[in-house]
Structure formats: structure tokens, C-alpha cells
Design a binder for this molecule. Structure first.
Ligand code: PSZ
Length: 284
């Protein structure tokens, strides 16, 4: 896609360069967001910008722009790139300074970058469901921060890819936490179970939309830790993320979830989620 934003200015993406001593490049010292765009409009943009602020604050980065300014910049970027269906990737790092673990002095400016990518909805996978594997969660204890440091996540995702699977379901011992880039839900006897949004998982925006849809539509939810055994005995399993939306999981470690095809509660949530997108962004 043609243009990017670098520190508030829209420039040709090929000219958007950062220094080799940018702390994002050297330390992964920054945070990011991925925002969905449908019909040229951002979905749940306020929630993403709030989380961006929260993540930044959590690692001591002060964003150089107010939320309203960032929103306007992103809207301009969408127009400039003529993006209809896709994503915005946005990140902020602590800035460029001589390499040193400690934070640089106060006059170093954070580096803010955003660009867009065309991306269709994963309709085929949403229809058939996807395969997953279980992997031990080896990440740090602040998974609530949407950090650029994704080594644990990418190693988990790579294992899934090598097993021909869409996603890895991570667990700490017996407890299921989240996917490598998604939140995980099970359905048992009509009740949805998902990990509480604490320090061990990312508080997914999609997860929160789903929980909201559940409460508005009388679908029971227990936001409580569930185990690998619960996962194996579940009636339905699905994952959620900005790009995957509500995605049925039909196989775990080669074993079928129930009958091996997407089931009622997941289907209902997919329909409700699509409605919510259309409410915010117009007919799909
Ligand atoms: O394009 C992609 O594959 C994306 S876009 C966003 C994600 C993947 N993942 C976000 C994410 C995550 O990285 C982890 C560790 N847990 C949960 C999620 C889901 O968060 P939301 O719903 O905010 O995208």
C-alpha cells in the first residue's frame, strides 16, 4: 500500500525509515495495535486507541499525539491509500538513542508508525473451522501489554504452521491461556468459558465485543480459567481476533472437537458479530 504515517506525517511508505538504533528494532521496546477496516471505516477504533494508550503507559511511553489526533491521522491514511477492506498496523517505540538497556533521557521522541494492508475476511475458514495444536505458554507475565516483543507468540505460531494448523492454543501447565495471536473460548452445556482478562492474556477487543454480544443476547458466559481437560470435553471451541473474528476450532492435536464441525453457539456468535460490524461500518 502506497502511504504510511511516520510521526504524524503521511509519506510514501518506501520513505518511511527508522534508525538501526530505534529501540523497537533493537529491544522490541514498544507496543502496537492492529485495527480492522471494513468499507473504509475502522471497527472498534476507540477501543483500540484506548488499549494503545494503556499499553504505552504501562511501559512508560507517553504518546506524542492525543487519541483524537491519532484517529484523524488514521482516517486520512485510509483515504490516502483508498483502503476499503483490510487492516491498519500501528506501533510506537521508545525512540532512537545510543544502545543502552536503560531508558534514554526525556528529550528522546517516541517513533510512531502506521501503515495499511488490504485483507479480506477469512470466510472459508470461518465456514469450515480450523485446526489447532496445544503448546506450553512460555511467555512473560505481562501478556496484557500488546508488546512488540512477540518471540513466545511467533515460536508458538510457527509450531502450528509446521503442523499444518491455523493456530496454537497455549497453556500454563493445565490451564489454557490464549492463542498465539487470539483469545480462546469453549462452550459447555450452553455456557461459554474464557480466560479472565488478567496479566496472563491480552484483553482482546474482539473478545470484549463477543462478551458484550453475549450479555445483550442472553448467552451465558463464565470468565474463568479452564483446563486442557475442559478443552477436550468441550461441546464447541472457537477463537477470536481482529482479523479472524469468530473462528470455529474443529481439531486440537489431531482430535476432533465433538463432531468435528462448527456448532450452534459459535454460528450464532458469528452472525451476531457480523451484525455488529455492519452496525458500525455498513453492509458487508
Ligand atoms: O492479523 C492477525 O493475525 C492478527 S490481528 C490481531 C491479532 C492477530 N491478534 C491479537 C491478539 C493477540 O496477539 C493475542 C496474544 N491474544 C489475543 C489477541 C486478540 O486480540 P484482538 O481481538 O484485540 O485482536
Amino acid at each position: 500500500m502506497g502511504f504510511a504515517i511516520l510521526n504524524g506525517e503521511i509519506i510514501e511508505r518506501s520513505n518511511a525509515m527508522v534508525d538501526v538504533e530505534d529501540r523497537g528494532y533493537q529491544f522490541g521496546d514498544g507496543v502496537y495495535e492492529v485495527i480492522r477496516v471494513y468499507n473504509g471505516k475502522m471497527f472498534t477504533v476507540e477501543e483500540h486507541l484506548n488499549r494503545f494508550e494503556r499499553s504505552s503507559k504501562n511501559i512508560g511511553i507517553t504518546l506524542p499525539f492525543a487519541k483524537e489526533q491519532v484517529k484523524e491521522q488514521l482516517e486520512n491514511l485510509i483515504k490516502k491509500n483508498n483502503l476499503q477492506l483490510g487492516i491498519i498496523y500501528m506501533q510506537v517505540t521508545r525512540g532512537t538513542a545510543p544502545r543502552n538497556h536503560t531508558f534514554p533521557s526525556g528529550d528522546v521522541k517516541p517513533t510512531v508508525v502506521a501503515y495499511t494492508k488490504e485483507l479480506s475476511r477469512p470466510t472459508e475458514n470461518m465456514q469450515t473451522g480450523v485446526k489447532t495444536i496445544l503448546v506450553e505458554d512460555i511467555r512473560w507475565l505481562r501478556c496484557d501489554i500488546k508488546s512488540l516483543n512477540l518471540l513466545g507468540n511467533i515460536l508458538a505460531k510457527q509450531q502450528a504452521a509446521e503442523a499444518g494448523c491455523f493456530e496454537s492454543i497455549q497453556h500454563r501447565g493445565e490451564d489454557v491461556t490464549e492463542g498465539s495471536s487470539s483469545n480462546i473460548f469453549i462452550v459447555k452445556n450452553g455456557v461459554i468459558h474464557t480466560h479472565p482478562s488478567n496479566n496472563l492474556i491480552l484483553k482482546g477487543i474482539t473478545k470484549d465485543v463477543i462478551l458484550d454480544l453475549c450479555s445483550k443476547n442472553g448467552i451465558a458466559v463464565e470468565e474463568r480459567v479452564f483446563t486442557k481437560e475442559d478443552l477436550n470435553n468441550a461441546d464447541e471451541v472457537f477463537l477470536s481476533s481482529t482479523t479472524a473474528e469468530v473462528m470455529p476450532i474443529v481439531k486440537i492435536d489431531g482430535r476432533k472437537v465433538k463432531n468435528g464441525s462448527p456448532e450452534t453457539v459459535t454460528r450464532r456468535l458469528q452472525a451476531l458479530f457480523t451484525e455488529e460490524i455492519e452496525n458500525q461500518c455498513g453492509k458487508l
